[in-house]
Ligand binder design. Structure first.
Ligand code: PLP
Length: 351
């Protein structure tokens, strides 16, 4: 089975060997306060900075999931209130999680075909603006330039970006925002259970100003620990090790970005030659490079998903309101050209 589900998705083929190495090298039993762990942690953070082009003065931390990052941000970085800009189910969930912790939080919805205009996105009474860079539920994305524009127009606010289904796949301009996060079961080609959070110097300043210390995952406490290359609780050491191995193997993000955007263009060309499935979003300028969301008649969608499983492919279910009328296809780096070709050959027969 090859999983094209947009997370959890196909893991790198080397995963089995990496896991065996972890066992053989004793990584599964190392103490999280030991020198071995601290050097693994330190090296992995350096590799993240080096391969993803994260600015040297940004702080990288480990958490368990993107969902945990939503709560850390709400607890440790909001002074009065946040504003959430979203056009789909994941952005909405982020808003709802934050709203439960902060009743003043506001939402700003937009259409999935709509290209955001930063000049119209001024939230002068908010101190944190939340953007879902890649909306996994409908296959749309917000560009680096728009994120930078939002930050410029709202200089009083921090900008936090959910890049869960794009970090490690496309080149993100980390300097254009203050908080970035992603879990590893999407573009990093790893099993679930770890997430990466990246904070700018302004985010660290805000964190210190608020100085929230009421939770085990208070950002101030996490920052104190990561300065020693440690974590608050016993972390998923295996996952950090696997991330380390994957990062050593992958090319720098500019090269990965080029491969993925070329593949997306080819996917769009492929689907433009048939009439059974259409892209859910018609505006080329907002289409995601890492998740394709195809719409069609519910019974055909169901048939394609079922036949695909029989042929050895897992396709992504539709999400939320699009559950039965769409299917999603991951365009993540761990998928190989020949696997994409075999999925296309299968689809050619059925469409
Ligand atoms: C998958 C996903 C999440 C949730 O990730 P978890 O690791 O399950 O918390 C959040 N946001 C986006 C955009 C996602 O694609």
């Amino acid at each position: 089975m090859i999983s094209f589900y947009p997370g959890p998705s196909k893991v790198y083929d080397e995963m089995s060997a990496y896991m065996q190495d972890a066992h053989k090298q004793g990584v599964l039993s190392i103490n999280h306060r030991s020198d071995e762990f601290m050097s693994l942690c330190s090296e992995t953070i350096s590799l993240l900075k080096q391969k993803l082009f994260i600015p040297a003065n940004y702080t990288v931390l480990f958490t368990t999931s993107a969902t945990e990052c939503w709560e850390i941000i709400a607890q440790s970085l909001i002074q009065e209130k946040s504003s959430h800009i979203y056009n789909g189910a994941f952005g909405e969930k982020w808003f709802q999680y934050t709203h439960r912790l902060n009743a003043k939080t506001e939402s700003y919805g937009f259409q999935s075909d709509e290209l955001l205009n930063p000049r119209k996105l001024i939230f002068s009474d908010s101190d944190l603006i939340c953007v879902t860079q890649n909306e996994t539920s409908n296959g749309t994305q917000v560009s680096n330039a728009i994120i930078g524009g939002i930050r410029k127009k709202n200089s009083q606010a921090l900008v936090a970006v959910d890049a869960t289904s794009s970090m490690g796949g496309i080149e993100l301009q980390f300097k254009n925002a203050d908080v970035w996060f992603a879990s590893v079961q999407k573009c990093f080609g790893l099993p679930a259970g770890l997430a990466i959070m990246v904070c700018s110097p302004s985010a660290i300043q805000r964190m210190n100003l608020i100085n929230e210390r009421a939770h085990y995952n208070s950002l101030v406490l996490m920052k104190e620990m990561i300065e020693k290359y440690q974590t608050m609780c016993t972390p998923n050491v295996l996952s950090i090790y696997l991330l380390n191995r994957v990062l050593k193997k992958v090319k720098t993000i500019d090269a990965v970005h080029e491969v993925l955007t070329k593949r997306t263009r080819n996917w769009r060309k492929f689907f433009s030659k048939q009439n059974t499935l259409q892209l859910l979003t018609k505006n080329d300028r907002v289409l995601s490079d890492t998740v394709l969301c195809m719409q069609g008649n519910a019974s055909i969608i169901q048939q394609i998903k079922t036949e695909a499983r029989k042929a050895g492919f897992v396709l992504g279910e539709g999400y939320g309101e699009f559950k039965s009328t769409t299917l999603r296809i991951a365009n993540f780096p761990a998928l190989k050209d020949k696997e994409i070709k075999s999925l296309k050959d299968f689809l050619k027969k059925i469409l």
